[in-house]
Design a protein around this ligand. Sequence first.
Ligand SMILES: Nc1ncnc2c1ncn2[C@@H]1O[C@H](COP(=O)(O)OP(=O)(O)O)[C@@H](O)[C@H]1O
Ligand SMILES: O=c1ccn([C@@H]2O[C@H](COP(=O)(O)OP(=O)(O)O)[C@@H](O)[C@H]2O)c(=O)[nH]1
Length: 327
Amino acid sequence: MSVAAAAAGRQVWRQLARNNTGTSAAIRRTISSLPKSHSQFRPTSLPAFTTTTTTTTSKAVPRLSQSQYRSYSSGGSSGDGTKVKFWPFVVVLAAGTGGWVLLINRQKNMPPNPKQTASSTKPTPAFSPSEVTVLFVLGGPGAGKGTQCANLVTDFSFHHLSAGDLLRAEQDRPGSQYGQLIQDCIKNGAIVPMEVTVALLENAMADAIKKSGSRKARFLIDGFPRKMDQAFQFEKVVCPAKLVLFFDCPEQVMEGRLLERGKTSGRADDNAESIRKRFRTFVETSMPVVEYYEKEGKVIKVDATPGPKEVYEDVKRKLVGKLGENF
Ligand SMILES: Nc1ncnc2c1ncn2[C@@H]1O[C@H](COP(=O)(O)OP(=O)(O)O)[C@@H](O)[C@H]1O
Ligand SMILES: O=c1ccn([C@@H]2O[C@H](COP(=O)(O)OP(=O)(O)O)[C@@H](O)[C@H]2O)c(=O)[nH]1
């Protein structure tokens, strides 16, 4: 695991702990019981995070200065000149060995060469954007992301991966050490630490590609990234995204849809209190992600207020307009 990845992992936990004042004591307990190293809190069933090693090449060993050498002439003579004297050799050997040890220890303490570190720790995304097309699908809770993804799957043979669905499946997986954490986050409209979600997505993408038997694939990553750290991590270790589909919808409309959905969805967060928290998280944490990608010129914005058919016509027209029929 790279130092940067470890630091990123620790940062997430610190951040979560900081943001944690309003969340349940169960989350606090879970966080405090979690190990610091982010490689250790990776779900056991999930793929390994990209790991790289940093190597430092040994530098040319500088010569010892004169003062570090024991002078042959400094010792007095003992006995007659015909006897072989061993002690000067022993002293020279000891001094030489000491010098080597000092040098090696100094090299160990030296910071690695920045050039080497930059190239050797840069993780390569698991999937190449030349083979794998990733579209992030964003929008407030209840904006209609899942509904529109289903249409896109039919017309454009996308694989649809909902981050929320993957998290709920991990939450329900017997033996998952993240079940309680995910459950608490979802109920409180909080965001599950990115390592868990990114790993679940990478795993699901790899499965879909394996099943399809083709290295080329299109993915709709629904409800993700909801936070900037997730966006950076996913693009760095999984796959750079081509575009973001953003479903823009007023809160009042989304609330009505979610309360209606809550009558049958069985979801722990489709209730008035959780909805309020989810809206807040969306405005404070997820909208900055949309704004970031807007600045990158990667956002297709769709008004999600009309009925599903009308919304889809708009999605299709804008998507094909941007990428063409055969993207
Ligand atoms: N354009 C729309 N007009 C009215 N209802 C919609 C529309 N799109 C989705 N819905 C309904 O609203 C609820 C939330 O939609 P969903 O696709 O699950 O949203 P999200 O995935 O963004 O949370 C669902 O019950 C869905 O049937
Ligand atoms: O990347 C993600 C996606 C979802 N969630 C959690 O899953 C919940 C439900 O997300 P989903 O996309 O299923 O539903 P939506 O809120 O969009 O209706 C969110 O409120 C978060 O608690 C998360 O932590 N990280």
